[in-house]
Design a protein around this ligand. Sequence first.
Ligand code: NAP
Length: 432
Amino acid sequence: MSISVAIVGSGPAGFYVAAALLKAGRDTEIDILERLPAPFGLIGYGVAPDHQTTKKIARTFGQTAAGEHVRYFGNVEIGRDISLAELRNLYDAVILAVGAPRDRALPIPGIDKQGVIGAAAFVGWYNGHPDFQALDPDLDVSSVAVIGNGNVAIDVARVLVKTPAEMVASDLPAYAARAIHGSPLLDVYMFGRRGPVQANFTNVELREMGNLEACVPIVDPAQIPQAVPDGMADRDRRLKEKNLATLRGFVGRDPASRSKRVHFQFFAAPREVLGNGRVRGLRLERTRLEEGQAVGTGAFFDVCCGLVVYAIGNAASPFDDAPFDTDRAIIANVDGRVGEGLYAVGWAMRDPVGVISTNRRDAVMVAKDIAADIGAGNKPGRPALEQLLAVRGVRRIDFAEWGKIGAAEIANAAPGAPRRKFLSLEDMLDVL
Ligand code: NAP
């Protein structure tokens, strides 16, 4: 007897767990529910629009979605169209792969001023995410501060300073291209509260900052240590050494050699957003490291900027009536188990770090949990969901329909671009 599994969320975590369930050897019918019409979550709406190679994994996910035992239910929202309790009644197992859509809070004075934007919203905006298209950030500014030293911070900085020519092969929406390329931006400040060794940039991303057409990286040599401190695992040490070498290569670049600059500033913790209502600057405190942590030195400095983007990591949101661990900002779980027949994977279940394939580990673990926990399937699954959605008049997008929408996006692309994303459900439905 097959078991029925509903996966909520169609990002990498959702698709990896679908693939793991199919490999687990049990006869399993899988339905993937997604609140947006478009599948693939952060692949479409989080990965930077100029990093198309990273998005190729969507092809593999698409093969999973088109498989015999899998159905895609796009534009179906838990809490709006069906409750989590109802879903749990219909399926032997429900897996929450709902990600960590919020920015971690940055509780400093002035954070609520106009012109301070969390990276989740800013990245969503330049990726055409339906929730953030109306963000309309004011980019009529000459300098921007980006807080954080992770890959999201570097994505934000890079997308802001790349030229139109460098973005040709991207799927940056036209409204974002107009705002970014029409901006008088000259300087981006990247602030890390700790040092270059502690920065989370991967080396490819960091190196890219040294090869931009109109932007030069600026680094203070006094902030780059001679060597990686002892006590680090070999692999981490090698990665850190590469980053230090890359940063050393940036030292001495001529600030006037390009029209824009990205200033890497380490040991600088944000303390206050300055300005009356609108951002006019950022106050920071110099830090030093004590046992690896940033400790304020009491020395403060200000930078002028008209926009602050904080990219300090993500946090999950409470999801319907699933138990939530407020301290860790994740769905409360033990190794992916949330409750009877309820599981979580990916950023909803653990710290929101790692690359796309990091989700595979959780997926395999939860697929094993399910194999161990669920006996013979005894819930109605897909036919019952389809019936319920039909009764409620929900316009579900299935995977074949998404295929047509995706093909139209590709056909509509500007020369050199991979696709032109549809920005509304209405435009997508017009294609169908
Ligand atoms: P992240 O790697 O965790 O970086 C967050 C940064 O914010 C860290 O530098 C952290 O500093 C800093 N931070 C946290 N709280 C702060 C505070 N109160 N004040 C100042 N700084 C603060 O997170 P992310 O950049 O959002 O990326 C999430 C994951 O996605 C990462 O694993 C990343 O590699 C991955 N990702 C990968 C790519 C890619 O491969 N191209 C692209 C995007 C994202 P501390 O270290 O001092 O806490």
